[in-house]
Design a protein around this ligand. Structure first.
Ligand SMILES: NC(=O)c1ccc[n+]([C@@H]2O[C@H](COP(=O)([O-])OP(=O)(O)OC[C@H]3O[C@@H](n4cnc5c(N)ncnc54)[C@H](OP(=O)(O)O)[C@@H]3O)[C@@H](O)[C@H]2O)c1
Length: 286
């Protein structure tokens, strides 16, 4: 039977390439998109790939309510069309943002989109994942997390905001989340993915002229979107990764992440902080 996969950030860059590869691997793809027109364009671009199926759910991940609504919409779709079962969740959506921006909950935007929304969405989709015989969750982190530090006095980069600092810290939290999740939940496998430098429009979207120009120059040194995504499909489907829950994976290989992510106390503290920020808890699943 075809696997069902949810892909966030499905209308551009890494997420869009994953949509294509998952369709080619005969999967039923549910893409999360914040822009209906972009979603329709992607649907039409891949309409000849009839091995699997592609549907989009329209939703945003910018604040708690929006992320929860997105999760509920996806869950309803899975219940209606896929007998309530989800095999793979790929948390790909992410942002890098010039200037300090707060969402409607008062959280810094990079922290909210890149970390809190993953905390919310993964929890909401857990009951559906638990119905799969081999459920797997991928979280796209980044090489930049190696340069980040844990600062409990400035968790959300609210003080002295800096675009790169906020981004790399959110990607550090992705690794902490993956590690803590793997300790708490054993029957759903989870992986932090390092895609390397990839030529996408990531740094062209919410950035000032300077950051835009730097990213526009730098991205051409990156790989194309198919390089990391082929490995990601392997991680989501191949047997060899079944015993690697909690690992940090780059180009298909498990490598050590930033050593500070091994600090279990910090991981637990960040988890509890995220519970407080979102009102989401991982106990009493089902
Ligand atoms: N490119 C790299 O070198 C690189 C390296 C390491 C990690 N990453 C990570 O890879 C992931 C994908 O990035 P990318 O490089 O492929 O860039 P991208 O093309 O800009 O993809 C980001 C995706 O996230 C979506 N998104 C952003 N904010 C959102 C929100 N509030 N609600 C819902 N969706 C939202 C975007 O939607 P739209 O299509 O509507 O813009 C887009 O589809 C990100 O997590 C990024 O941090 C990228």
């Amino acid at each position: 039977m075809n696997k069902t996969v949810v892909i966030t950030g499905a209308t551009s860059g890494i997420g869009k390439a994953l949509v294509e590869l998952c369709l080619k691997a005969n999967m039923n793809v549910i893409g999360l998109a914040r822009d209906q027109e972009k979603a329709l364009k992607v649907k039409s671009e891949f309409s000849s790939l009839t091995e699997g199926s592609l549907e989009f759910v329209i939703g945003d991940l910018a604040d708690n309510q929006k992320a929860k609504q997105s999760g509920q919409k996806i869950l309803s779709w899975i219940q209606e069309k896929h007998e309530g079962k989800l095999d793979i969740l790929m948390n790909v959506a992410g942002t890098v943002t010039s200037g300090y921006h707060e969402n409607s909950d008062g959280h810094e935007m990079t922290f909210a989109v890149n970390h809190l929304s993953i905390f919310i969405l993964t929890r909401l989709l857990l009951p559906a994942l638990k119905k799969s015989s081999d459920p797997r969750v991928l979280v796209v982190s980044s090489l930049s997390h190696y340069r980040a530090k844990m600062n409990w006095n400035n968790v959300e980069s609210k003080k002295g905001y800096n675009i790169l600092k906020a981004y790399k810290t959110s990607k550090l939290y992705n690794v902490f989340f993956v590690k803590e999740f793997s300790r708490r939940i054993q029957d759903v496998k989870i992986y932090a993915i390092d895609p390397g430098l990839v030529n996408t429009e990531l740094g062209l979207k919410n950035t000032t002229w300077l950051a835009y120009t730097i990213w526009n120059w730098r991205r051409h040194k990156g790989t194309d979107v198919y390089y990391p995504t082929r490995f990601m499909v392997d991680v989501a489907t191949q047997k060899e990764y079944a015993n690697m829950s909690g690992h940090y994976i780059k180009a298909g290989k498990s490598i050590p992440p930033n050593p500070i992510t091994e600090n279990e106390e910090d991981a637990k503290k960040l988890w509890e902080y995220s519970e407080k920020c979102t009102g989401i808890r991982y106990d009493n699943i089902d």
